[in-house]
Design a binder for this molecule. Structure first.
Ligand SMILES: [Zn+2]
Length: 81
C-alpha cells in the first residue's frame, strides 16, 4: 500500500522508485539491454540504483549502467490506480 522510498547511497538524497529501460556494459565489453528494470534514478549524481537481488537475476555482475531511461508506458499504467 505504501510506496517504499529509497535513498541514494552516494548523496543521501531521497529518490523515488520507478521502472527503467537500461543498458549495461559488461566487463568483457559486450552491452546488455534490459527492459522494465525496477530501480531508482538519482538525478543529482546520475546513478541508477538496482536491487542487488535483481542484479543477480539479470546476471549483471560487474556490469556498469551506461544508459537508463524511465519507462513511460509503465509509469502510465502505475499512475492509474
Ligand atoms: Zn545521488
Amino acid at each position: 500500500m505504501s510506496s517504499r522510498s529509497a535513498r541514494c547511497p552516494v548523496c543521501g538524497q531521497a529518490i523515488a522508485a520507478s521502472v527503467f529501460d537500461a543498458t549495461f556494459r559488461m566487463p568483457d565489453g559486450t552491452e546488455l539491454l534490459c527492459f522494465a528494470v525496477p530501480g531508482s534514478l538519482c538525478a543529482t549524481c546520475s546513478q541508477l540504483l538496482v536491487e542487488p537481488d535483481l542484479i543477480d537475476t539479470l546476471a549483471l555482475g560487474d556490469g556498469r549502467c551506461i544508459f537508463a531511461i524511465e519507462s513511460d508506458t509503465m509509469l502510465v499504467e502505475r499512475a492509474s490506480s
